[in-house]
Write a protein that binds this ligand. Sequence first.
Ligand code: URP
Ligand code: ZN
Ligand code: ZN
Length: 461
Amino acid sequence: MAKVIKGGTVVTASDIYEADILIEGEKVVSIAENIDVPDAEIIDAKGCYVFPGGVDPHTHLDMPFGGTTTADDFETGTRAAAFGGTTTIVDFCLTQKGKPLKEAVSTWHKKAAGNAIIDYSFHLMISEMNDNVLNELPAVVQEEGITSLKLFMAYKNVFQVDDGTLFQTLTKAKELGALVQVHAENGDVIDFLTKKALQEGNTSPYYHAVTRPPEAEAEATGRAIAMAALADAPIYVVHVSCAAAANKIKEARALGFKVWGETCPQYLVLDVTALEKPEFEGAKYVWSPPLREKCNQEELWAALRNGSLQTVGSDQCSFNFEGQKDLGKDDFTKIPNGGPLIEDRFSILYSEGVHKGKIGLNTFVNAVSTNAAKLFGLFPKKGTIAVGSDADIVVFDPKAERTLSAATHHMNVDYNPFEGMKVTGEPVTVLSRGEVIVQDKQFRGQKGRGHYLKRQLFQQY
Ligand code: URP
Ligand code: ZN
Ligand code: ZN
């Protein structure tokens, strides 16, 4: 049955206008004033914004990390994402040194297929560079449609790669038409500072931040950009947390370098003092890079406004406080890094950004959806509301007020880092490929309905 979303204000990355949207099957087929189709199901959007479904370019679901596995898997994570207004994710597929890439990709397909509720794709982690990896990469990029590769410049002795591996990957990625992403922190410096902190008896969560200073992030960001420039390859910096790193990206872009950057809601809203919470509660706020001094936030918002950062990812990587975060009770290095944000990314960015006047509606849509779809080869199927695009749509009540809490969120984790925070604006109806998966805040989707998305090669935009 056709569906008409009626009476709302459609917001895309470039426009804001009143219109109805006609959906047939999985696609938007018409956008016009006063669409009347006999027997169509009407979705009332009066007083609401009608946004493209969120595209979250940075999630870790069902991922082993820090001696444990994330609390959310593809079923619970994507259900929570749907409640929050996100209809597409790109998750990180981990690889292991000495093992074929295709084995890793197949493992990630098994985790997602039959479980994911929304559409999904994968970035591929590069943990080493050698002939086997070079030989396998063309098939990964061209046949699997995995057109983005991820390298960690931190997590020494776990994921960290050396500069040679990064440079070779950039060179190969350019040849194949893939986009390289980096977690930019100087892992060697962090390793030194961490050992020193522990030797001095500094074991509490706060020392996670002390040992990962902004300079270590800015240095790695600058180094990655320099190597991308040497390889004449594009580069995307994930989870930019501080002004010093954002400025490296801004300066490089001003010089015409092909650099893009992402930040995350936690860096826009929370600050380093959260790590000092008593009773080990600081562990709930352990991310890498760490939360920063509050003064960085205005600069990150400005970077979103002026376009030097383009996306806001959730970096969803949830671990329960009890049984997982507490692995690091006596040693902050054993606290699994990461937090739950797949559900609240969209609403936090709207409430703290648009509602509080820090960003406009079009910037919001760009950051929460369109730019990620463009950078990661999903546009215009995803990331916009247009005739021919997938009907991935969020009817959003901008006046609704609520309080974020673990008691009401849908993520499979026992705390919410934004517990008690009041937000204005809420997704009320969410459609994925024309199917209503959340209606009046009730779940209507089914486990396993999400499709794997093969992505287009990287196109500079
Ligand atoms: O602390 C974080 N960011 N955890 C997830 C893994 C990563 O580095 O992105
Ligand atoms: Zn990272
Ligand atoms: Zn991450």
